[in-house]
Design a protein around this ligand. Structure first.
Ligand SMILES: [Zn+2]
Length: 316
């Protein structure tokens, strides 16, 4: 009897260990809720961000994947103007202008019924996803954004820089409130004052007013990111932050910039827990932002005919 007692104990221990290990395996790494904060800064040059004191954007760059060479026109199709209508259509649909149909700021010829806003695409796969947009350029709200659970343009008249500072603050405050009080899956925040300042004083790193506008925009990015991180459920969530712009600028303009590098080069910043930090080696394009956002939430469907490629993520 004495001989068998240790054996029985060993068996019990082994069984206990096995059960403990099994339950550990079952409870390990619960799947985190995937969510995206997508921020657009109109007419923002990457070389000016680098010149500016922009700690919030710098932190996203430092911990994320980024490129300052994100071309706003593709190889296949380049007939649209290098302005906001086509730019934001591309950023929010993930296709070039031959597909979304927007060539200028009249929005005539738009084909959003065939190539809709990414909210629409995400909801085809995840019908309960909460998608929210707060912008300060009304055409985005009026023409591009569909399938939103909440959306609003804070643009009003007049359009001085000081006015736009106010509108951008309102859009940011609304996004902060959304992030703190609701359970969004995608928050799109658009900031307009950098473009307005470029048109007034010049799009260039040496223009103090342009730099100051970027620094204020960085404050809005900081507020949105802080609200995201303050969520009580943040630890159970997997947030991707994507920041981009629709075009650069030269002098006080950016129209007809098809051969102008300062206008053609935007930037793309992708920051999240499964993003490999560092400069993205591949050539990136303006269509990639939407593909990156969607891909974080649900696999891309070939039927959507997206032109963009997800960037920065190491797994999905
Ligand atoms: Zn623009």
């Amino acid at each position: 009897m004495f001989r068998y007692f240790p054996t029985a104990t060993t068996l019990s221990l082994a069984l206990a260990l096995f059960l403990a290990y099994s339950s550990l395996s079952l409870s390990a790494e619960p799947v985190k809720a995937k969510k995206v904060l997508y921020i657009g800064i109109d007419g923002c040059r990457f070389d000016a961000i680098q010149k500016a004191e922009a700690p919030a954007i710098d932190a996203l760059i430092e911990k994320g994947a980024y490129t300052g060479h994100c071309l706003i026109l593709g190889d296949r199709y380049r007939k649209n103007d290098t302005i906001s209508g086509p730019g934001w259509s591309t950023i929010l649909t993930g296709v070039w202008a031959d597909k979304h149909g927007v060539h200028n700021n009249t929005f005539k010829g738009s084909q959003y019924d065939k190539f809709p806003c990414l909210f629409d695409l995400v909801k085809k796969k995840l019908p309960t996803a909460r998608c929210v947009s707060h912008v300060t350029w009304e055409p985005i709200d009026k023409f591009i954004i569909t399938a939103a659970d909440e959306k609003k343009s804070y643009e009003q008249k007049p359009h001085t820089i000081a006015d736009y500072v106010k509108y951008d603050t309102e859009a940011t405050d609304a996004s902060v409130k959304e992030l703190k009080e609701q359970n969004p899956d995608i928050v799109f925040l658009y900031i307009g004052q950098v473009d307005v300042t470029g048109h007034t004083h010049g799009f260039h790193p040496t223009v103090p007013q342009y730099i100051e506008a970027i620094e204020r925009a960085d404050g809005h990015v900081a507020a949105a990111v802080a609200a995201m991180k303050s969520r009580p459920t943040f630890d159970q969530e997997d947030w991707l932050v994507v920041v981009t712009s629709d075009h650069g600028g030269k002098g006080t303009n950016h129209s007809s910039g098809h051969e102008v590098p300062e206008i053609l080069n935007s930037f793309l910043i992708v920051s999240g827990s499964d993003v490999a930090p560092g400069e993205i080696a591949e050539q990136c394009y303006l269509v990639d932002g939407a593909a990156t956002v969607i891909h974080h939430l649900t696999p891309l469907d070939p039927a959507w005919q997206l032109d963009g490629t997800p960037r920065g993520k190491t797994k999905q």
